[in-house]
Design a protein. Structure first.
Length: 511
């Protein structure tokens, strides 16, 4: 690779210079005018209820229909004048309706994932068939991990963005020649796949514009419903990257990286203040960083918390189960309502196997601290991780019922390409090569992809249903839910809706 080009790109994380935006060098060396492209950032139509929205960690249909905000699309859209974000699954848009919208654009950038890639590539082909002149590209972890394979999968795809793609998208939309854009792989005029030098990571996160104005402009925020968050809510990133080394986690091992790069507390609070003033219907702000409460970040966490308290905003965030009591207290006193906590397993050896950097005794103490302070927890667990046995599954279920988070989410171990778990699975024969797209079925329901000599994927799959039944069908938990429903008509309506969807999920899993 051209070291000079890589070095030069370190300055490209800021806005392009006027010359770079409006001119390029022609074959004769003369400056040529560049025409900006009218750009659509798209989450393509997909499965009914497929929770694969841009930014979603769980790219599958969930127990309860839910959608995360497409932050990873809204961020580059905030950099591109006259662009638009369309989230077709959240808006219930059909293929035909989405194609009709796309006809107004010269450039369509689609967020993709390993499970959604086949349908996303097919939609790209429909776009080209409908308008042969449109440029179509992909962003997301799938495109970064396998740019060559992604482009070879369909001739309808003109390019894929690697690494952090915010400014890559900005440069494409500005009309710069694809050959001059770092962080890009593209198909040239001879149908060859060309890989440009990588793009440097964004270091000053405060340089990025707010995403909330894009949400208000382009999205129907009432469509974004998460059962454990107040409705309507808004989710934001206050930083990117995660220092934890969990072997299964996709984004830190691909697009985000392991260095946690953060926005200043002042910058974060300024965006929340904008939300309060311009989106008064928002009842809760969710800070969706992989681990907002990283131990290197606690003074900033407390500063953000105090700013939220001054604004009088209710908020939630992702957290590791090791936040000190004193920090939790500051957070709670300043509007924190709920923590989304990845417990993953109740077995310490499995936690060691996946490099979680946590023990169950620490998680127990943290959970008790939250209970004392009145902080609700939505706990997430994963079945089928390396070291899983019938006994450890029962141990994790018992652990979950013992610590008793307010609500839980149980997932199946998903070996996404680009993760250490995927490499381990191939090396040990737990997963057949090139079978990662079997992470979901044709209806978008998550499947158990890993199978061990002592524990079949069918057993792992059906253990998820048993986990939910054991956790929720207890007198203590049933009374907690009923008591919560009695607090307000809105909560009654929410829980009844969720209950109907949840029982449908259980019936489908038992089939």
């Amino acid at each position: 690779m051209d070291g000079d080009r890589i070095s030069a790109d370190r300055g490209s994380t800021g806005p392009l210079s006027p010359d770079a935006q409006t001119h390029s060098e022609g074959v004769d060396g003369a400056s040529q005018p560049v025409k900006p492209l009218k750009t659509l950032f798209l989450q393509a139509p997909s499965f009914d209820g497929f929770d694969g929205g841009a930014g979603s960690r769980y790219q599958a249909k969930r127990e309860i229909r839910s959608f995360w905000f497409p932050t990873w699309l809204a961020q580059p859209a905030a950099l591109v004048p006259n662009s638009r974000v369309v989230d077709a699954p959240a808006d219930d848009l059909t293929v035909e309706q989405t194609l009709a919208i796309a006809r107004d654009f010269e450039l369509v950038i689609i967020h993709t994932s390993t499970p959604s890639f086949p349908t996303d590539a097919r939609f790209a082909e429909l776009l080209k068939s409908d308008n042969p002149q449109v440029k179509v590209g992909l962003v997301g972890a799938k495109a970064m991990v396998d740019p060559e394979g992604s482009l070879r999968a369909s001739r309808a795809l003109d390019f894929v963005c690697r690494e952090e793609f915010d400014y890559t998208c900005k440069e494409i939309a500005s009309g710069r020649p694809l050959a001059d854009i770092n962080g890009l792989s593209y198909r040239d005029a001879e149908d060859r796949v060309v890989h440009n030098p990588p793009r440097a990571m964004i270091e000053n996160m405060d340089d990025l514009p707010f995403v909330a104005p894009v949400y208000r402009r382009d999205l129907k925020i009432e469509n974004y419903f998460i059962g454990y968050l107040k409705h309507p809510y808004v989710s934001l990133y206050t930083g990117r990257g995660c220092r934890s080394k969990c072997t299964f986690c996709l984004w830190p091992q691909t697009v985000g990286g392991h260095r946690y790069r953060v926005r200043s507390a002042t910058n974060v609070i300024a965006e929340v203040k904008w939300i309060k003033e311009n989106m008064p219907e928002v009842k809760e702000v969710m800070f969706d960083d992989d681990t907002f409460t990283d131990s290197s970040n606690l003074p900033r966490v407390e500063a953000i918390a105090r700013g939220m308290g001054e604004l009088g905003m209710t908020w939630s965030c992702n957290a590791k189960a090791n936040v000190p009591y004193n920090t939790l207290k500051v957070m709670k006193e300043n509007g924190l309502r709920l923590l989304l906590v990845g417990y993953e397993s109740g077995d310490d050896q499995i936690l060691h196997n996946i490099k979680k950097g946590l023990r169950t005794d620490i998680a127990r103490r943290f959970t008790e601290d939250c209970r004392r302070l009145g902080i609700l927890i939505h706990g997430t667990f994963i079945l089928g991780l390396p070291g899983e046995t019938r006994e450890t599954i029962q141990k994790t279920i018992a652990f979950a019922t013992e610590i008793n988070p307010h609500t839980i989410q149980v997932s199946l171990a998903a070996p996404y390409p680009g993760t250490t778990l995927y490499k381990q699975a191939l090396e040990n024969g737990w997963l057949q090569a090139n079978n990662a797209q079997s992470l979901v079925n044709d209806r978008g329901v998550q499947l158990a992809a890993l199978s061990y000599p002592h524990l079949s994927k069918e057993e792992i799959f059906h253990a998820m249903e048993a986990f939910y039944r054991r956790f929720y069908f207890r007198p203590r938990k049933i009374w907690e839910i009923v008591r919560e429903m009695l607090t307000s008509p809105q909560m009654m309506k929410r829980r009844l809706r969720e209950g109907v969807e949840f029982f449908r999920f259980l019936r489908a899993h038992a089939a």
